[in-house]
Design a protein around this ligand. Sequence first.
Ligand SMILES: [Zn+2]
Ligand SMILES: [Zn+2]
Length: 149
Amino acid sequence: MSNIITGSCQCGNIEIEFDNKKVISAHHCYCKDCQRSTGTGKATILYIPKKHFSSNTELKYYESIGSQGMHIQRGFCENCGSGILSFAKEFPRLLFVKAGILNDSSWIKVESNYFIDSASEWSKPDLSIKSFKGNPNFMSNIKAILKSL
Ligand SMILES: [Zn+2]
Ligand SMILES: [Zn+2]
């Protein structure tokens, strides 16, 4: 049975959907780029294969260089500025979708924290889940994920 999850940006121009059975994992990211792009202490992201994700329109992208030298494409709504998702140009088949845009996110189980060293005092990571100083073995994780798709 599929369980279709929907979400949108603040102005409603961008609507997205995916089957939550296709979500690989969920993470909090405390890197400085996520803090800047969300304006908060962390971003909560879902790993979703691109082929299982759809949006009604094209996003606008801002490119930044990730900690591993990869070209991170940060997609947002051109009209209202809401952050929607990101992906590495080097692995465009895997999306990192922001959990805050979903209409119902109650089903999400966050499994780990990334980049806890840059977390702020006012937004401390919950260390009872797996916590990493970076994004652990990003390349090998992605390769393993892609093999399993
Ligand atoms: Zn919008
Ligand atoms: Zn981040």
